[in-house]
Design a protein around this ligand. Structure first.
Ligand SMILES: Nc1nc2c(ncn2[C@@H]2O[C@H](COP(=O)(O)OP(=O)(O)OP(=O)(O)O)[C@@H](O)[C@H]2O)c(=O)[nH]1
Ligand SMILES: [Mg+2]
Ligand SMILES: [Zn+2]
Length: 291
């Protein structure tokens, strides 16, 4: 499996992951010619293996079972979205953009609330309840106190490849350092009035968490794009999904805005976010005038 990309090299790890056999690989030129981009998470065939030098050549890429666009990782089995309770402060629009991106994979999405040591218990419980209203079961965690780390470990060990994503500075790399102290990944203090992260992690890299489990640390970014497809937007909101499953809307292709007879409730916190996403996608799909 490709565990990291460098300018002209691929770092490939042999299975099983906990054997830690890493090879620095070039790729056969015909792979380049086919235009086949190789990404972290891809399973590849290697040849000309030199175990002494830790070198090999990638000759083939296997088809992907799933694909996360941003951060780009292939063959993901679960997406873990990390959001801080503070520093940087919780932003519902940003949080939703991360969650919508994660939901687009169709995979299991786990929400982490990081830096829980920074928020008094009552406020933290209120935030947890709020996110339950979004249809998630957030795991409260803190690298500072170690709270929640064992639960996170269990969760990740049950997945062949999970991706840890979220805004810069929420403590993704710190969590992996907590789980795997021998890693000592670089972490960077948040700064400025807005307590923003500093984009400390620059590349996606996979780390072994046990015999059949890997986790990707990824560079944080601040504002993921909204989904591009209007027709399946509703399934990306778990709380709307839960409403529609027992009582499907009676109109096909309904956008659940103000259509007369649409039975979908507007009484949920993220309805405004859903609604704005719909308007934005409609605007984009409108043929531009005066061309
Ligand atoms: N109070 C507190 N601070 C934390 C915790 N976890 C991480 N931090 C701090 O938050 C800052 C950012 O941590 P990182 O682990 O670098 O964050 P990141 O999500 O990997 O950031 P990028 O690599 O930029 O995406 C560092 O100063 C950490 O020491 C926590 O649980 N509690
Ligand atoms: Mg990091
Ligand atoms: Zn409807």
């Amino acid at each position: 499996m490709v565990v990291a990309l460098q300018a002209n090299y691929l770092e490939v790890e042999l299975d099983p992951p906990d054997q830690h056999v890493r090879l620095l690989c070039t790729r056969r030129t015909r792979l380049n010619h086919r235009g086949a981009a190789v990404h972290v998470g891809d399973r590849v065939g290697v040849e000309a293996i030199d175990l002494q030098q830790g070198r090999a050549v990638v000759s083939d890429v296997e088809p992907r079972s799933s694909w996360l666009t941003r951060p780009p990782v292939a063959n993901v089995t679960a997406v873990v979205v990390a959001l801080a309770v503070d520093q940087p402060s919780f932003d519902p629009d940003q949080a939703s953009r991360f969650l919508l991106t994660a939901e687009q994979t169709g995979l299991q999405v786990q929400l982490l609330l990081t830096k829980c040591d920074l928020l008094p218990l009552e406020q933290r419980q209120a935030l947890v309840q709020r996110l339950e209203g979004w249809g998630y079961a957030p795991l409260a965690i803190s690298s500072a106190t170690g709270e929640g780390l064992q639960e996170l470990r269990q969760l990740l060990q049950g997945q062949a490849l999970s991706v840890l994503c979220g805004p810069s500075g929420v403590g993704k790399s710190s969590l992996l350092n907590g789980l795997l102290p021998e890693l000592s990944l670089r972490v960077g203090a948040v700064s400025g009035r807005l307590q923003k992260g500093r984009h400390t992690t620059r590349h996606v890299e996979l780390h072994a968490l046990g015999p059949g489990a890997r986790v990707a640390d990824t560079p944080g970014f601040n504002r993921p794009d909204l989904p591009k497809e209007l027709h399946n937007l509703e399934v990306l909101f778990p709380e709307l999904r839960a409403q529609l499953e027992p009582h499907p809307c009676r109109f096909r292709d309904c956008l659940h805005r103000d259509e007369p007879g649409c039975g979908v409730s507007r009484d949920w916190e993220r309805y405004g976010i859903y609604r704005r996403a719909v308007e934005e996608l409609l605007e984009l799909s409108r043929p531009s005038r005066g061309g």
